[in-house]
Design a protein around this ligand. Structure first.
Ligand code: HEC
Ligand code: HEC
Length: 257
């Protein structure tokens, strides 16, 4: 149901299209066919500045996995559609959105598989490494698995391979705020570890290691610690082959359309 009185005050439309708030965060056009169409569009319009493989030139380097103006699908879309004011980066705002998304898909592919970081593992073998190591205890793919850690259904479309490799080897390196580990200890000396959900003056809420929502009154707690370490163990004992297969598998996880 719509509610006219609840509608937010009218904001002026962006000159070039819909409000960025209405854009999806991840690229809705990222199938292999989209990437291929994007590659052809890119070759004609972008390659002379950025290099056909994103190696850079007159334009910025696009194959390192790092973007100064933001690397999410939405941020890349806005950069490519609107250009960057006061630089040579032109906008492509006359193109249909779908074509812009497809170029973004190609740029995302370059950033993941740039010359410096090709896929070397075998994704099918990586799926088995994933199973054997109990990753699904904490992660979901296509609705199957646990939810202590982030959903990985489309992780390959959102993260560079080097980020995925680092996530597996060194989970403590970069922990998003919503996945902080908390350890509470009661006055009777019992400790519970989990993901910190929220906390106020009187209580702490967490997801314990079995995925159950737990609430504790602070008056009954000896101690609340945020150890600054991930709940995810570091998988440093994986063989090089298993690690690269696993990374290839994670990199292959894309939204299905
Ligand atoms: C005339 C040369 C030129 C053309 C053509 C061009 N760009 Fe750029 N592009 C640049 C420059 C220069 C920058 C860096 C601007 C700055 O200083 O931030 C840039 C920046 C970017 C960025 C942001 C990089 C970052 O680090 O955040 C992306 C993404 C990008 N371009 C993609 C494209 C795509 C896709 C096309 C084709 C539709 C394209 N560009 C066409 C020159 C160009
Ligand atoms: C005990 C729970 C747990 C297990 C087991 C676990 N993870 Fe995680 N994982 C997490 C949590 C929590 C995070 C988020 C905090 C962080 O980044 O370390 C995370 C983060 C990640 C990320 C980064 C996601 C992103 O959005 O960037 C990847 C990739 C990942 N895990 C893959 C794996 C793989 C592959 C395995 C198995 C080899 C695994 N995890 C096993 C809990 C777990």
């Amino acid at each position: 149901m719509t509610c006219a009185l609840c509608a937010p005050a009218q904001r002026p439309e962006r000159q070039n299209g819909p409000d960025p708030a209405n854009l999806p965060e991840t690229n809705p056009y990222s199938s292999a066919a989209d990437v291929e169409t994007g590659r052809r569009l890119y070759a004609g319009r972008c390659g002379h500045c950025h290099g056909q493989n994103g190696e850079g030139g007159r334009g910025a380097t696009l194959n390192t996995g790092r973007f100064r103006h933001g690397g999410s699908g939405r941020e890349l879309f806005l950069v490519v559609r609107d250009g960057i004011p006061n630089t040579e980066m032109p906008g492509a705002f006359r193109l249909p959105d779908a074509e812009i998304w497809r170029m973004v898909a190609y740029v995302q592919q370059l950033s993941r598989h740039g010359a410096s970081d090709p896929v070397t593992g075998d994704a099918a073998a990586g799926a088995i490494v994933y199973q054997k190591n109990g990753c699904a205890q904490c992660h979901s793919i296509d609705g199957k698995g646990g939810f202590l850690g982030p959903d990985l259904t489309d992780i390959g479309a959102r993260r560079a391979l080097r980020h995925l490799r680092e996530s597996v080897l060194d989970p403590d390196a970069d922990i998003p705020l919503e996945y902080r580990t908390v350890v509470v200890t009661t006055l009777t000396g019992k400790s519970t570890r989990g993901i910190h959900l929220n906390e106020d003056e009187y209580s702490v809420h967490l997801l314990d290691m079995s995925g159950n929502l737990r609430s504790f009154m602070k008056s009954e707690l000896e101690d609340v610690k945020l150890p600054g370490r991930s709940l995810m163990p570091a998988y440093t004992s994986l063989s090089k082959t298993d690690l690269e297969d696993l990374v290839a598998y994670l990199g292959s996880l894309r939204p299905k359309r």
